[in-house]
Design a protein around this ligand. Sequence first.
Ligand code: ARG
Ligand code: ZN
Length: 843
Amino acid sequence: QTIYLKDYTPFGYVVEGVELTFALAPEATRVKSRIRFAPNPDATDRTFFLHGEDLTLISAAIDGSPVTPTLTEQGLTCEVPDAPFTWEAEVEIAPAKNTALEGLYMSNGMYCTQCEAEGFRKITYYPDRPDVMATFDVRIESDLPVMLSNGNPGTQDGGVAEWHDPWPKPSYLFALVAGDLEARSDSFTTRSGRHVDLNLWVRPGDLGKTAWGMEALRTSMRWDEEVYGREYDLDVFNIVAVDDFNMGAMENKGLNIFNSSAVLASQDTSTDANFERIEAIIAHEYFHNWTGNRITCRDWFQLCLKEGLTVFRDSQFTADQRSAPVKRIGDVIDLRARQFPEDQGPLSHPVRPESFQEINNFYTATVYEKGAEVIGMLKRLVGDEAYDKAVALYFERHDGQACTIEDWLQVFEDTTGRDLSQFKRWYTQSGTPRLSVEESYEGARYTLTFRQRTPATPGQSEKLPQVLPVAVGLLSPGGEEVLPTQLLEVTEPEQSFTFDNMPDRPIPSLLRGFSAPVVLERESDAAEQAFLLAHDTDPYCRWEAGRGLARGSLIASVVDGADPDGAWLDALRAVVTDPALDPAYRALMMGLPTQSELAQALYEKGITPDPDAIRDAVEATVRATADRWADDLRGLSEEARVAEPYAPDAQQSGKRALGTRVLSLVSRLDGGSAAEAQFEAADNMTLKLAALGNLVRLERADDALAAFEAQWKDDRLVMDKWFGIQIMSAPAPVAVERAEALTGHAAFDWTNPNRFRAVMGALVSNHAGFHRADGAGYDFLAGWLARLDEKNPQTAARMATAFQTWRRYDDDRQAKMRAALESLRDKPKLSRDMGEMVARLLG
Ligand code: ARG
Ligand code: ZN
């Protein structure tokens, strides 16, 4: 059944208050609800329908008199008075049997919840939709030592805990946790003087991994006050780490629940990348308190209203804590790796989708990351000051409401007087715009002519021109910046901009800071890219120039077996060995496009990508780089060495990132002895894992893997790394067998989403391994997806997106991927999640 944005109607009733009582038991939890309803003056349809799934109804009453509602698979309907009334119900649920990890479930003996998007209906009967907001009072009964819910604590003694949340919220923000937990506690005083108790709850034994998360929380709270003027609004803020979780984390009011991988960190067990990601996710969930919770979404089509804005806010936060250019380039890499393939394939959908069957399938890179890009473009177009004013109006006007993208755009129109109707297409039109550029130079006048077009996407054959903010600078042939960054607004299919008084023909630096999420189609030659790599003042464009050269060289290697471009490697060496540049930036410069990205680039040139040829070209390029830079590697390793005690800050992690790139080159020359030494000596997981990856690639990791396993067998998060790296870094021909063997390992608990993803995600990231010509990778993945779909549809359907690029490849591989997808499609009892996903993938 498909749900459409255009069909939205408000619920016939408002909820004036919710009281819930939980009597916890693994197989038979009783949930009593007492809900005060009143007719909604803004609605015409008075059908009383409450969502409810997998519930056993024990009793129901209205104003104290028993009623017998009509039950269906999706919920219930009932005759109700034409005036305010109190609904009471008791249901029974079985958290221990809940393997979908949606609603109330158990993870390692503790009770926890995940209600976004539509999980609350698995807890009790309720209008489970985000535009129904209410205050919640919760009572939990059990003999567990810690029992938590949203809001502020009430009575807490002898097997009972009460919680009161004074802020009206939709049901998707409800949360409950109970278990044998310990907390790291701290406090924060808001700038208007509210004292807030902070707790980070974990299972006994994990307390040593909580310092970083707590620090990140305090930094986030201060940042949101300083930058957005947003203060926290309860007396307590709880975070809980759980081992079984479908996503990264969840912003439940006053009780954020985190996948333990997204919050627990220590020097021994976590990489620098883990630390940075944790800092960002803590910030993200905290920032949702205003962008998501105080102001929420009218319906799930508006998901980007909270997610795009909150991702944008968390990337501003990371840019402030660390290096802004490095963060920006990292985001571009991520967008191209995850969002572009989505937007250019069968799963393409607008930032605000217009229909869905299963909303869980739309927690995508398009909604989140492209959604954040759209906010970034808006800010660039109106300017920083106008952005601040509009956002302030948004908070003032819409606090306590469930809103739409129209509401969001309206505050910008009202504060700036701008007409945003064309800009709004960023929310409604799917696909990645292509922007081509031509230049001319005549009598000191330089002209840039842009042409934009967006290829057709599923369900949208006609595309209209978008508003493209194109940041441009001009350089003189001598490498001086003759025109500092200017913002050009491209709004027409074809549009020219002129620059007068140019004594020499300038070299353009285009799309500075990646000012719009487009594919820039520019036939610039290698000489111009080398020039920009040496001289551009914009860190993104400089990086992109190097990336363009790398892409060109790699494609030539794949297509005609050409040797890697020596001029590029020499120009790149100059940047990489420049001690004036940030090591983190130099490390980014050393990164090559992924094999999947190269496959896409070839496909767009009309060349069918051969995964084996791509892998060989990449390996040959890395080897040639190592040979050519052999004399610099020792010096670079020295520079990358950190003398101070370990800290996961930007400065140290930048050095280790550079060192990791260098080690990968060194290990092409020394057969792995430096990696072996680093594996032995490392006092942190970043260096350990980097070394281990090289050893796995070189097939000399047996001892290291055994030692690693012996040391970490009781640490789930570290063991996820152990599983992943053996597949990710394996030589492609053996990757599938490796993955297969590891699924037979006693510690392969496939019902744990992190462990499942550690193995399956690692295989997919081994491009030539997954796309092995005999189709073994496809069958292996499809087989496991079929199995997981019966227990956990959400995680299974999400992993199926690995097939979204299937039409890029040769006929044989296409046929094998199609067959794998069809075998899933034809499986009896397919979940709604997987059913929709496979149908979209097959197109
Ligand atoms: N709102 C959460 C976040 O962005 C994500 C939760 C998604 N959950 C889901 N079942 N789709 O932080
Ligand atoms: Zn979010």
